[in-house]
Ligand binder design. Structure first.
Ligand code: PEP
Ligand code: MN
Length: 260
């Protein structure tokens, strides 16, 4: 179902009024995690003002340490939903477990499968029946075949609206948090008709590289980018070092404007 072989045309995935794929170019922006009403409202206002199309914000957070901020849960979902409504932006947030699918689908427009859950096959099966489009992040150690195979799970269980997201893979180099596999974009576009976007924030792990990697993503043909922004990155409860301050996000949007 995910293969280009039986489906020559690019697939388009609609997230409310926003169309992703084909000739469309999409920017998703927002904080790593929803932290408070004020914070998500400020991010939504900024995303809208700079011309982003979709608002992101994690509420169920897959943290490496059990002692790190785990997200606001359902309370955060409601804040995210309200911020999206206030600024006319569809919202995307991560769903980590099968028992969260229903509530996340109720409050958001696009369901994110995180890198750590790319091969959680039971979750993928459940998302086949979720009734909302899915953005499937590439696993930290996943080959492109494994990633497409995971997309196939969601599709085979009833949901054709899958967007792939390259977010960097583990490599030997510690200069960046992960290594952005920019070649994954043309490879996926050759093998699959599904839209493919890039998350340079989680790949780089440092705000300094996000603008150049965003330009590279569009230059190589990505259908969109996902960017973490925060009003005060130094005070962020997660992923502060890779989050863009608003003026830096403005500069990024200017730099990618030729593609939008
Ligand atoms: C995120 O988008 O905040 C996130 C946790 O991403 P990933 O699953 O790619 O690490
Ligand atoms: Mn993050």
């Amino acid at each position: 179902l995910a293969s280009r072989l039986n489906h020559i045309e690019d697939s388009l995935v609609s997230v409310n009024e926003v169309v992703i794929g084909g000739d469309h170019r999409t920017v998703i922006a927002g904080p790593c995690a929803v932290e408070s009403e004020g914070q998500i409202m400020e991010c939504a206002a900024q995303a809208k003002q700079q011309g982003a199309h979709i608002l992101r914000g994690g509420c169920f957070k897959p943290r490496s340490s059990p002692y790190s901020f785990q997200g606001m849960g359902v309370e955060g979902l409601k804040l995210l939903e309200n911020a999206g409504k206030e600024y006319g932006l569809p919202v995307v947030t991560e769903v980590m477990a099968i028992d969260q699918v229903e509530v996340v689908a109720k409050h958001s427009d696009l369901l994110q499968v995180g890198a750590r859950n790319m091969q959680n096959f039971d979750l993928l099966r459940a998302l086949g029946k979720a009734g909302k489009p899915v953005v499937l992040k590439r696993g930290l150690m996943a080959t492109i075949d494994e990633w497409l195979s995971s997309a196939e799970y969601v599709m085979a269980h009833g949901n054709r609206d899958v967007i792939l997201c390259e977010r960097g893979i583990r490599s030997f180099d510690q200069s960046t948090r992960n290594t952005l596999d920019i070649s994954a974009v043309p490879v996926v576009k050759e093998r699959s008709h599904l839209p493919v976007i890039v998350d340079p924030s989680h790949a780089a792990g440092k705000w300094q590289y996000i603008l150049d990697l965003s330009r590279a993503s569009f230059a190589v043909g990505a259908h969109g980018i996902m960017i973490e922004i925060h009003p005060k990155p130094e005070e962020a409860l997660s992923d502060g070092p890779q989050s863009l301050k608003f003026d830096r996000f403005e500069a990024l949007m200017l730099a990618v404007s030729p593609w939008l």
